[in-house]
Design a protein. Structure first.
Ligand SMILES: Nc1ncnc2c1ncn2[C@@H]1O[C@H](COP(=O)(O)OP(=O)(O)OP(=O)(O)O)[C@@H](O)[C@H]1O
Ligand SMILES: [Mg+2]
Lengths: 111, 145
């Protein structure tokens, strides 16, 4: 799926739209930064509850085009600004990480 | 100084948890400016960021150094923090002495040093308890294939 199609399919608060044309390759979830640095693949959506600036730094390192903050976690202004600057999509969903991952699985975002 | 070596030093503030990455961002920019291939920049950026996180979280601040030699990139991170009593243990995936509070912020997976190792060609840790830690990492510029 294209990034913009994923955003359209979810009920979310869009903080940054990112690059809507990017192809999504999969989904990873986790709240420990070095775990994501070790495990994430380029093009994946990252579901997390971390809201500070380092989240964007990790996304840049791993070429992650989209961050979903779950459980209604609002980003720090630094994170929102950095995502804007780096053209990374940043959205907030009310659902838990479990629920949003289940939804992404159902959508088959990687296909 | 050897004219073929590009060298730069960056100080790392130990109090700024939220803005970790200032030094590694500068390292990345310098490598871009020098025209280093992008896959090597990606690896060097991961190494620099993980090393910088450790300097802030465990070392209480310190410095980082980038050296670009004709054949390899070297990244050095140094602090005068508590040191590492057992380096081979610290290298194990999942080993971390980070507190619960730090873990809540997303640090302390015990993956930083393994990530550095995986993204480098050579890595050396010199540490003395109560004196500090220095980590030296090299990434080869020319892959022999
Ligand atoms: N500069 C340092 N000074 C003192 N101890 C260190 C330093 N760097 C690493 N260590 C020790 O080695 C352990 C493992 O480091 P590593 O980077 O692999 O994991 P971490 O920093 O605990 O977690 P993560 O990197 O996954 O966020 C640390 O928990 C700490 O005990
Ligand atoms: Mg670490």
């Amino acid at each position: 799926m294209k990034l913009c199609e994923v955003i359209d399919a979810l009920n979310s608060e869009v903080i940054c739209g990112g690059d809507g044309e990017r192809n999504i390759t999969g989904v990873i979830t986790g709240d420990l930064l070095s775990f994501i640095i070790g495990e994430a693949q380029e093009g994946e959506i990252w579901v997390t509850i971390q809201i500070h600036l380092n989240v964007a730094a990790v996304a840049v390192l791993k070429e992650i085009p989209m961050i979903i903050l779950s459980s209604g976690r609002e980003p720090s202004s630094e994170l929102a600004d950095k995502c804007q600057e780096e053209n990374i999509a940043l959205i907030v969903v009310k659902e838990s990480a479990y629920e949003v991952c289940a939804k992404l699985k159902e959508l088959r975002v990687e296909s | 100084m050897n004219a073929e070596v590009y060298e730069e030093e960056y100080s790392v503030d130990g109090k700024e948890f939220v803005s970790i990455g200032i030094a590694s961002t500068k390292i990345k920019a310098a490598l871009k400016m020098l025209g280093i291939p992008s896959d090597l920049i990606r690896r060097a950026s991961i190494v620099a960021y993980e090393a910088e996180m450790n300097v802030v979280i465990h070392g209480g601040g310190g410095l980082m150094k980038l050296e670009v030699h004709p054949d390899f990139i070297q990244i050095v991170a140094r602090d005068e923090g508590p040191g590492i009593p057992d380096i081979s243990k610290a290298m194990q995936e999942g080993f971390s002495t980070a507190t619960e509070k730090i873990r809540e912020m997303g640090f302390g997976a015990g993956m930083g040093l393994p990530n550095i190792k995986r993204n480098s060609d050579r890595m050396e840790i010199i540490s003395e308890v109560e004196k500090g830690t220095e980590i030296r990492v090299a990434i080869d510029l020319r892959n022999k294939d």
